[in-house]
Design a protein around this ligand. Sequence first.
Ligand code: FES
Length: 79
Amino acid sequence: MEPKHGTQPIVVDETAGTKAYCQCGLSENLPYCDGAHSRHGTGITPIVIEVEADGKKAVCQCHRTGNQPWCDGTHSKPA
Ligand code: FES
């Protein structure tokens, strides 16, 4: 199953700690994984990372960034 792509990053006031960022695009709590990838049998898994410090983060939703899970501006370029 293809992921559902967004057109803009989601900017969050992130807190330090372990985070799971949705990669299937089906979560009802974007940019975070809510388990929808399993419920829909997508075969896609979230990116789980340790965020080192509190701060604003732009989380990629187009899934084309070269710096997952963070936005690198690729969404504004032609596919
Ligand atoms: S809900 Fe999308 S990766 Fe888990």
